[in-house]
Design a protein around this ligand. Structure first.
Ligand code: CA
Length: 290
């Protein structure tokens, strides 16, 4: 298995980034990752003073996948997510959905033991997930803190162990990077963070040729999901839904009206997050009806 240490980070997904690893399709890679704040917050009491905002949202990589060419789809199977023994959650003035109503900032360091983390005196179950995962965009660089058509900071709780993430290959080699693990997060991420944590992701990378899939997508044991991000949540819903219709018509031979009716009947439209530069929505179609 290949390994990438967590000092190999980028702050923007870009075709100009120098790969830290070249691999063939079928390779398994362990990505060690920093937390979204780059480990700069160690205590509940220190506040954000002295925080270097230019070092937030690091992603480990990028990885050059041999023979990945523009138009291909990159398949990233998430085999395992390991998280550190503590994480951090914050909220405060100017941050998140209610940032205008908050006066001060608050930071909570939460200890993690096995499959749960302690919030004051409550133990909460972990739902370990990857916040940032993406390929290099074809045009301008996109900061790792932003989600878009290339993936990025989608903060989707379905990007977890057992899921396969499908991303577009926009440039030769794809240049895959990931980071920003959350030990716990709910749909919406309304306070601006999940339980931000350092850790490691073990993933198997493959290339899908000649299949024009509406990326980004997630496939797990039970569902096929399409994702889309936009500044306007309404438009993100339209985009993710259009992507699912496209998938059902093009790849599952559904009539377009049947596709719309089926989505209306059995596919949940869910919010991933509403606090990043673009908001991310997913549509979850149950595989058993495909
Ligand atoms: Ca994030």
């Amino acid at each position: 298995m290949h390994k990438i240490s967590k000092d190999k980070v980028i702050y923007a997904m870009s075709k100009e980034n120098t790969p830290v690893l070249h691999v063939d399709a079928g390779s398994q890679i362990r990505f060690e990752t920093e937390d979204a704040l780059h480990g700069q917050i160690k205590t509940d009491t220190g506040g954000f003073d002295g925080l270097d905002w230019s070092r937030v949202n690091p992603a480990t990589g990028p990885v050059y996948i041999n023979n990945a060419e523009p138009g291909d789809v990159l398949s990233v199977k998430i085999e395992k997510i390991d998280v550190a023994s503590s994480g951090v959650v914050v909220c405060g003035k100017g941050m998140g959905v209610l940032g205008d109503t908050l006066i001060g900032n608050a930071i909570k360091i939460m200890p993690i033991e096995e499959d749960k983390a302690r919030f004051n005196d409550i133990w909460l179950p972990l739902n370990k997930m990857i916040g940032v995962i993406g390929t290099a965009p074809k045009g301008e660089a996109i900061p790792c803190g932003a989600p878009d058509y290339h993936g990025g900071n989608m903060d989707c709780k379905e990007i977890k162990e057992g899921a396969t993430v499908l991303l577009p290959v926009n440039v030769v080699g794809a240049l895959l990077a990931m980071g920003d693990l959350h030990a716990i997060m709910a749909d919406g991420e309304i306070g601006v963070t999940g339980l931000e944590v350092s850790g490691a992701v073990t993933a198997t990378i493959d290339i899908i040729k000649d299949k024009d899939l509406p990326t980004p997508m997630i496939i797990n044991e039970t569902h096929v999901m399409t994702l889309a991000s936009h500044e306007d949540l309404d438009i993100a819903v339209e985009m993710a839904t259009a992507n699912m219709v496209d998938y059902l018509v093009t790849h599952e031979n559904k009539d377009i009206h049947d596709a719309v009716m089926l989505i209306s009947l059995i596919a949940d439209v869910r919010i991933c997050q509403v606090v990043d530069p673009k908001k991310t929505v997913r549509v979850e179609f149950p595989k058993k009806f495909l």
